[in-house]
Design a protein around this ligand. Structure first.
Ligand code: ADP
Length: 615
């Protein structure tokens, strides 16, 4: 894939992740906020019911006061005889007392012309006594014989009040009106005290759309909703509001997809003097008085919920993303590991196959080497045998002489024996026959020595006595030495020295060395062959010294090499190399040096063998 494509793919994945992120947050917010709004709706509804109940019960409490008071005889008395000042004073005191007990703002008695005759605020500077309330609708309604309810801004106090008025009758005739005024401020303050701190505000809107009661001072005596200029002018000039300017509180209904269906509340945007404010609004009609009660709850919990949902959904999305990436990474690792394992197994298989093949090759090679070794051993045996035969060949002249001499003697002894026997000289015949027997014994001894020497060795290590071996070797060359006038000087220790090896082969080595020495001394006048045997620690030493010309300095290293010879025609050059191998096969060593007084000296060193220590 090209670099451009990879980059484009990366951007696409990033875009998808970002869209997924935004989508997740929005979906979480939608569902979360719908739940939150449903809960808020429930709570607001409960607060609203509580508020309506509170207002109704508060008003209901005062509604009974004029009804009960209307029956009081003092009222009729004052109304029928207004000039009797003591009755009016009594009534003033009574109304004052009832007012303070019931916490009504003012209680006052109006005659049928609309003038106040007695009042609970009789002592106040702004006392109602003497004031004409005939313009108040509650007065005219009560004068018609029924309970009147009314709200208005007080004329003298300039405060909002709620009025209950009831007719005072004499028989069936309405002779006056007893009125009770309740301070709206009081109701608002008492409500505030009863509910304490909360996150909602309320407005009680009169049928003329004017907010008459509210816990927020800035909303009081304002119209809400669409109000045209005519109506505003009417309200401003209405005696109900005592000339107070009635402004408008702009409220706008806001649509939101977060609001779930089936809830009673809605969102209002309040464009107050200071700043815009979004609230959750609910309203309820108070049937008795015709008021609409609005409860506007702050959206602080919703805002909190919004932040919470954003954090939670973002964290959830990132967590899921992380888990997805993590599991993907793990799966990729597992796949890589599986592939690596398979590759390794494959390699191991291949390597094993290679090893098996090379093992087979090695085995074949070993087998071949064994065969070659066996052939080599055989060849070596043949060589040893050839070397032996060569020695015997070298000695053939002396052997010939050795055998011919007794044979010649045998012949003459035999003839002599025949002559003596013909002559009847039995004693001499017997003597000659005994001589013949001795000669035959000697011959057989000579032959058996060579037979022994020439037979093939079995190559098995055994205990060998050095002295015996040297004796046997000397007996083979003795006759030759005699015939060549070689003086043998033998220095053997009395104590027998044993080594572990092959006696026939050791004999072959010795005969070979003796022969070489005799050949080297061929042209010497005084031929001396000195054989010395001794023990040095655990080693047995044999030295063979001659007084020939010695070995040429340049040849000292070469004489043990196979086929090295200075003896043209007669030499094979194998004697010393085979001898050295034979000695090494017995864990020994063979060296040579030229003696300072002339001649060569060969030295054989072999580990001694103590038969009593062996098992
Ligand atoms: P060959 O006797 O058939 O030559 P060897 O291996 O026995 O083979 O000897 C190798 C050579 O070592 C001889 O040719 C000779 O030159 C030298 N040599 C061996 N022994 C002696 C000796 N005692 N004195 C001088 N030279 C010797």
């Amino acid at each position: 894939m090209s670099l451009k494509k990879i980059t484009a793919k990366r951007y696409f994945v990033l875009l998808m992740l970002a869209l997924g992120f935004i989508f997740t947050i929005n979906v979480a917010k939608l569902f979360g906020l719908r739940l939150a709004y449903a809960e808020l709706d429930k709570q607001s509804n409960s607060h609203l019911n509580h508020l309506v109940f509170y207002i109704e019960s508060t008003l209901g409490r005062f509604e009974k006061i004029p009804k009960v008071l209307a029956k009081h005889p003092l009222l009729q008395q004052v109304l029928t005889s207004p000039k009797q000042s003591d009755s009016a004073e009594k009534l003033n005191l009574l109304l004052e007392e009832i007012g303070s007990v019931t916490q009504a703002s003012d209680i006052y008695l109006i005659d049928k012309s609309g003038v106040t005759l007695a009042a609970s605020n009789w002592q106040s500077e702004r006392t109602f006594i003497g004031m004409d309330f005939s313009f108040r609708p509650y007065f005219t309604q009560a004068m018609q014989g029924s309970l009147a309810r009314y709200y208005a801004v007080g004329l003298s106090s300039n405060k909002r009040g709620y009025y209950f008025a009831y007719p005072v009758k004499k028989h069936t005739e309405v002779i006056g009106v007893i009125a009770v005024k309740i301070s709206i401020d009081e109701i608002e303050n008492q409500h505030k005290e009863s509910v304490g701190e909360n996150d909602y505000n309320f407005l009680i809107v009169a049928p003329d759309d004017v907010v008459f009661i509210s816990d927020q001072a800035q909303w009081r005596l304002k119209t809400i909703g669409e109000v045209d200029a005519n109506k505003t002018a009417r309200l401003n000039s209405s005696p109900r509001y005592s000339g107070r300017e009635i402004k408008n509180l702009a409220v706008e209904n806001v649509q939101s997809s977060y609001l779930p269906q089936g809830i009673s509340g809605s969102l209002y945007n309040i464009e107050g003097a200071e700043e815009q404010q979004l609230v959750f609004a609910q309203q309820k009609q108070m049937l008795d008085v015709g008021w609409r009660v609005h409860l506007w709850t702050s959206l602080s919990t919703i805002e909190q919920q919004k932040s919470f949902l954003t954090i939670i959904s973002a964290s959830g999305y990132l967590l899921i993303l992380f888990l997805v990436l993590f599991s993907k990474e793990r799966m990729r690792n597992a796949k890589n590991q599986r592939n690596a394992r398979l590759l390794l197994e494959q390699k191991v298989k291949e390597r094993t196959a290679d090893l098996t093949a090379s093992n087979a090759l090695l085995s074949a090679e070993i087998e071949q080497r064994k065969q070659t070794q066996a052939q080599l051993n055989e060849t070596q045996e043949e060589l040893i045998q050839s070397a032996k035969l060569a020695v015997i060949g070298n000695m053939s002249a002396s052997i010939n002489h050795e055998i011919n001499q007794p044979l010649t003697a045998l012949r003459s002894y035999s003839q002599n024996a025949l002559s003596y026997q013909e002559r009847g000289q039995d004693d001499k015949t017997r003597h000659n026959l005994q001589l013949i027997i001795t000669l035959v014994d000697r011959l057989s001894k000579i032959v058996s020595q060579f037979k022994n020497f020439s037979k093939k060795s079995m190559g098995i290590a055994a205990q060998v006595c050095l002295q015996d071996c040297i004796d046997a070797a000397i007996s083979l060359i003795k006759h030759q030495a005699q015939s060549e006038s070689v003086q043998l000087q033998l220095q053997l220790p009395e104590e027998k020295i044993f080594i572990l090896g092959d006696d026939i082969r050791l004999e072959q080595v010795l005969v070979n060395l003796f022969n070489n020495a005799m050949q080297a001394m061929a042209n010497e006048d005084n031929k001396q062959l000195t054989i010395n045997v001794y023990r040095e620690n655990d080693m047995a030493i044999i030295t063979i010294k001659d007084n020939g010309p010695g070995i040429l300095a340049g040849n000292l290293d070469k004489i043990f090499e196979p086929f090295f010879t200075t003896k043209e025609r007669i030499g094979l050059g194998l004697g010393l190399s085979i001898s050295q191998r034979i000695i090494e096969s017995m864990e020994g060593k063979m060296v040579v040096e030229n003696h300072e007084k002339g001649g060569a000296e060969f030295k054989i060193m072999l580990p001694t063998y103590n038969p009593s220590n062996s098992k």
